[in-house]
Write a protein of this length. Structure first.
Lengths: 195, 139
């Protein structure tokens, strides 16, 4: 089984529970260590530098790679706030621009060697997207969810790709995020009506 | 204790502590974090204007953190990093400010997270709110 497939399994496990995710990740940890995956990925380097060098992605390019859903009758402000509150619970917010409608967060982190009893060079993949776009649609607010392929490539530009979420996995993870978002928007709307 | 139970326990503890420690006349009050998935309630409502709360939050982040990753006033996002208890570990503290849609004030949501594993870290949110209330001149 390739590393990518293993990571897909890990990502899917995030849909159910964290313990399952860790369990399924164990094999991957061993593989990564055996293959000497000690080199830094792009994401590792961002963490090492506090994301100082991070440049926001091109919006059009990011939108083309993402999965979208329209929330009818909702404003972009409602969707924006809801997206932040959902993402902050599952990831680390590393960039936000309400003017451009872009939120970037990191939720898949490579473990330092031997940290907290874990295997080195291991990835934990969260279920929420790494980039979220919020904009207006004629029916309401459109939210797009995507993941960065580039972040999970070794920073020395070799072809080693640790994580690549795409196809049905991307749809499944995005659907889970949209479900949380829908719940959040509805709850906030209800709270406003009751206050 | 599972993560969900731990989160609920932390949420209950925090809400109770906020209700006990906060005077009913105090401008701030605990609010529920609407998303039910994590069961965490790490939010407070402040009656002060968004601008005032934002400046106070940035000041607290500057003192508590050793680096600020995001500070976007317009977007209402503030993320800072603080050293963790284990050697080399880092805690990333997500802070989101939301101006009240009705009436005055702002809600502040705080979610500290460990970089690895990417789980909620239950400590510094209380520290952050305590410092924020002090910064805003509350007791």
């Amino acid at each position: 089984m390739t590393q990518t497939r293993r990571v897909v399994l890990i990502a899917l496990a995030a849909l159910s529970m964290e313990s399952a995710l860790r369990s399924q990740a164990a094999d991957f940890f061993e593989d990564a260590r055996a293959k000497g995956g000690q080199s830094q990925t792009v994401l590792d380097r961002y963490f090492a530098t506090g994301f100082r060098d991070f440049q926001p992605p091109d919006r059009q390019g990011a939108a083309a790679q993402s999965v979208s859903r329209v929330f009818p009758g909702r404003t972009t402000k409602e969707a924006w706030t809801a997206a932040l509150l959902v993402l902050m619970q599952d990831a680390i917010l590393v960039y936000a621009s309400i003017d451009d409608g872009i939120i970037v967060c990191a939720n898949s982190i490579r473990a330092p060697a031997g940290h907290a009893g874990t295997q080195p060079s291991a990835y934990i993949v969260g279920g929420v997207p790494e980039i979220v776009l919020v904009d207006a649609d004629v029916r309401g607010a459109r939210v797009s969810a995507g993941w960065f392929t580039e972040w999970h490539r070794l920073a020395d530009r070799s072809e080693v790709q640790f994580i690549d979420i795409k196809g049905p996995t991307k749809d499944l993870l995005a659907a889970r995020f949209f479900e949380l978002l829908d719940r959040e928007i509805s709850a906030a709307s209800l709270a406003r009506r009751l206050n | 204790m599972t993560r969900t139970r731990a989160s609920r326990w932390a949420a209950t503890w925090w809400t109770s502590a906020a209700l006990v420690l906060g005077s009913p006349f105090a401008p701030s009050r605990a609010v529920e974090l609407p998303v039910a998935d994590q069961g965490a309630s790490v939010a407070m409502h402040f009656e002060q204007a968004y601008e005032t709360v934002w400046k106070a939050a940035v000041a607290v982040a500057g003192r508590q953190g050793d680096a600020i990753i995001v500070a976007s006033h317009a977007s209402g996002v503030l993320t800072f990093v603080t050293p963790g208890e284990l050697d080399g570990s880092r805690i990333y503290v997500n802070v989101v400010l939301v101006p009240s849609a009705q009436g005055s004030g702002s809600s502040v949501y705080v979610m500290p997270r460990l970089a690895f594993p990417t789980v909620r870290y239950p400590g510094p949110d209380g520290d952050f709110f305590r410092a924020l209330r002090q910064e805003l001149g509350e007791r």
